[in-house]
Write a protein that binds this ligand. Structure first.
Ligand code: PMP
Length: 294
């Protein structure tokens, strides 16, 4: 596997960074994940825009122009064997004496990119759907930043794994006049995915605010809904609506679109992937094919 580190391409075994890298010391950095189909990176402009938003959010200057990023992305794809890949792009605030405050003057950021072969969900998972659990969303208030500080997401995902499930759906607790509302709260997203509710033939999506990552796949799904006359609404989704859903859909760059057929041990709707999943999955595959052809 060939990786990119600070201007150089090399085998992953040769890649080394300092123990004083602020990514290691503080989780002080941001990242992106970009899927590659038939050796073409998917929605690069949108990923680079989100990267800029994350960098702005942590006050770190973008080390590269979009055309430089595209050059590195294309070169890394060319140097790796798989037709379908997914790229991780990590930028940290660099190597400096340990101090919470930013290094002054700024130091060179660390820029790392790697590629893995992309295996989209297999047919049996598409047919069965996945099981999920719910948990309180105990992350910070800037979940719109794609931060490499993923400890909350790691712990939340592990809750799903410990329960024999695929993902944890996060519920932001509700407070009224500083009082916790028992049984209240709103769905934000998954530990590493976005979640949609389907009710009475309508797709419901939580708003892209500071409490969730603005998913690239989320955007594609809403664009496809728009283009194909599928009714949808973007608004806060109460926890009760999640449990009363006809269908639940999970999206991410690597999982694409999956049906959630079990939640906290109970069936979602009929307990089988529903009509909205079937339609959206098919639309997504068509969309991918069309984009990759040009
Ligand atoms: N939310 C979180 C917390 C994630 O980690 C991811 C996966 N990167 C997503 C949503 C889905 O985003 P995307 O569709 O851009 O992969």
């Amino acid at each position: 596997m060939t990786i990119y580190l600070n201007g150089h391409y090399m085998p992953i075994e040769d890649a080394k960074i300092s123990v004083l890298d602020r990514g290691f010391i503080f989780g002080d950095g941001v990242y992106e994940v970009i899927p590659v189909y038939s050796r073409k990176a998917f929605r690069v402009a949108e990923h680079l825009l989100r990267l800029q938003h994350s960098l702005d959010g942590i006050k770190l200057a973008n080390p590269h122009s979009d055309s430089e990023w595209t050059g590195i992305i294309d070169e890394l794809i060319a140097r790796n064997a798989a037709q379908d890949q997914y790229l991780y792009l990590h930028i940290t605030r660099g190597v400096a004496k340990r101090d919470h405050a930013f290094p002054s003057p700024p130091v060179e950021p660390t820029v790392f990119m790697m590629s893995n072969p992309l295996l989209t969900p297999p047919a049996d998972l598409l047919h069965s759907g996945i099981a999920c659990v719910t948990a309180p969303d105990n992350r910070w208030l800037r979940c719109d930043i794609k931060s490499i500080a993923l400890l909350p997401n790691v712990l939340l995902r592990q809750m799903a794994v410990d329960a024999g499930c695929a993902e944890t759906i996060l519920i932001r607790p509700e407070f009224v006049n500083a009082e916790f509302v028992s049984g209240g709260g709103f769905m934000t997203e998954g530990a590493a995915s976005n979640i949609f509710v389907v009710k009475n033939g309508k797709l419901l999506a939580p708003p892209k605010d500071n409490l969730m990552l603005p998913g690239i796949t989320y955007d594609v799904v809403l664009e496809l809904a728009d283009a194909n006359g599928i009714p949808y609404e973007v608004r806060k989704i109460a926890v009760a609506e999640v449990f009363a859903a006809d269908e639940l859909l999970l999206t991410s760059s690597t999982k694409e679109v999956l049906a959630i057929t079990q939640l906290d041990g109970k069936p979602v709707g009929t307990g089988k992937p529903g009509a909205m999943f079937a339609q959206m999955y098919a639309l997504y595959q068509d969309f991918k094919r069309d984009v990759m052809r040009v």
